[in-house]
Design a protein around this ligand. Structure first.
Ligand SMILES: [Zn+2]
Length: 85
């Protein structure tokens, strides 16, 4: 006799869920996918090309010799002081 009320509650809960779920989940999934792609592209472009040369290379911006250089889209391979982050 206790089983009947419980089944009734479960059925009403299942019926309610599908009515609320589709809209919020649908729009959230769309925007998430779009921003996800944009974030990936931005990270790839912003990631500096790191170059380490034990014998030291010249910074193409200030002429300073440094073992560690980064690629700058305008100046080329530059030292850490010339690299714009
Ligand atoms: Zn420099």
């Amino acid at each position: 006799m206790d089983d009947s009320p419980m089944i009734d509650e479960v059925e009403s809960t299942v019926e309610d869920a599908p009515n609320e779920a589709p809209d919020p989940i649908g729009s959230k999934t769309d925007s998430t996918v779009e921003s996800d792609e944009e974030t990936t592209l931005t990270i790839e472009e912003a990631t500096p090309t790191y170059d380490f040369a034990p014998d030291k290379r010249r910074c193409e911006s200030c002429g300073e010799t440094t073992a560690t250089r980064w690629h700058d889209s305008e100046a080329g391979m530059v030292c850490i002081e010339c690299k714009e982050w």
